[in-house]
Design a binder for this molecule. Structure first.
Ligand code: GCO
Ligand code: MN
Ligand code: MN
Length: 375
């Protein structure tokens, strides 16, 4: 096995991921921002399928209309030359100081209107580039000071914004499916709608719930101490897994955005197993950043590493599914429940049931042996 990524594996990276210049709250950038054309060229060389972007990643804010046109057509030409696509687009509603107290949920109606307009323009751009998934990550939708307003009002403003944008997408005839991305905190003290479950509850209250799903992210679950595979499982169970952000993170740290599978090997394995077994057809998007220690050579090693690790875990997932001993230990008896009447009067041998172990120590060790290459 050479673990060579190919477009059919549907690996994608954001322009903002590989070209992240490595600034942090304590230090200046350590790398030049890699221009979009060089990102496309290198991702194609490494075997990726596509590249995703925020409006501002491609078109610096305050660009003139002619500058905008030039940047779009140059980028389109570059995508065509290298055979890369843009499956997903999104809006930067967090960098500009105007969004310091929220974008869609800001109390100031002018800020909300501006956030909506910026998103409509970014949707036009995404549609022009062929994107079919539109991600919403509410980086500034949250609070530090809950005394600042009645919390349910913020959610109502959020709902109004997503409803308006669903209407805009439909009116324009765009093919978008919206994917809402939960995160527990950072940059706000507490972000609204912090988990997949919160998002699913919110989606059910929208005008067009069928258009809207989720974009769970590994690191966001890990920050909250949650098991990412369980987050993905709930999204799959609700048929709402529209997109996925793969990276890694240690719990109790700042938002690390580490290379996929670099920290939590088992959860990464179960994530890949779920994506592959469920028949998820969407992009495998790496929303991670190269370490601040790296120069551009390290950036491409990082990108290669994300895809390579996924493919290695995919091979392990196959072996897991085909290993007779593992499957035997994993088997759950497929016995339907009796009907209600029978159930009500059914006898149980509780002593036997209470005495039965689950055999999971052995199964977990078999998995360890498989993942470490001993098996
Ligand atoms: C973060 C988020 C973002 C979003 C991106 C796309 O923690 O900063 O994960 O990277 O995914 O803005 O909406
Ligand atoms: Mn993130
Ligand atoms: Mn993300």
């Amino acid at each position: 096995m050479d673990y060579q990524p190919k477009p059919e594996h549907r690996f994608t990276f954001g322009l903002w991921t590989v070209s992240n210049p490595g600034a942090d709250p304590f230090g200046a950038p350590v790398r030049e921002r890699i221009p979009p054309s060089r990102v496309v060229e290198n991702l194609a060389r490494l075997g990726a399928f596509g590249v995703n972007l925020h409006d501002d990643d491609l078109i610096p804010p305050d660009s003139s209309p002619s500058e905008r046109r030039r940047l779009i057509s140059e980028f389109q030409r570059c995508l065509k030359d290298h055979g890369l696509v843009v499956p997903m687009a999104t809006t930067n509603l967090f960098s500009d100081p105007v969004f310091r107290a929220g974008a869609f949920t800001a109390q100031n109606p002018k800020v909300r209107a501006y956030a909506l307009q910026k998103t409509m323009i970014a949707m036009d751009l995404g549609a022009e580039l062929g994107a079919e998934i539109y991600v919403f990550w509410g980086g500034r939708e949250g609070s530090e000071v809950d005394a600042a307003g009645y919390l349910p009002d913020a959610l109502a403003r959020y709902r109004e914004a997503i409803n308006l944008l669903c209407a805009y997408s439909r009116e324009q005839g765009y093919p978008f499916r919206f994917a809402l991305e939960p995160k527990p905190n950072e940059p706000r003290g507490d972000l609204f709608l912090p988990t997949v479950g919160s998002m699913l509850g919110f989606i059910a209250t929208l005008d067009h719930p069928e258009m809207v799903g989720v974009n769970p992210e590994f690191a966001h679950a890990a920050m909250a101490g949650l098991n990412f595979a369980h987050e993905v499982a709930q999204a799959i169970d609700s048929r709402k897994l529209f997109h996925v952000d793969l990276n890694d993170q240690r719990m109790g740290r700042f938002d690390q955005d580490l290379r996929f599978a670099s920290e939590n090997l088992k959860t990464a394995f179960f994530t890949v197993l779920l994506l592959e077994e469920s028949g998820y057809q969407g992009p495998r998007h790496f929303d991670a950043h190269p370490l601040r220690t790296e120069d551009e050579r390290g950036v491409w090693e990082f990108a290669k590493g994300c895809m390579r690790s996924y493919l290695i875990l995919k091979e392990k997932a196959w072996r897991f599914a085909e290993d007779p001993e593992i499957q035997e230990a994993r088997r759950t008896p497929a016995q339907p429940l009796p009907d209600l009447r029978e159930l009500r009067s059914m006898p149980f041998d509780l002593d036997t049931l209470r005495g039965e172990g689950a055999g999971q120590e052995r199964l977990d060790q078999l998995l360890f042996d498989l993942l470490t290459g001993v098996r």
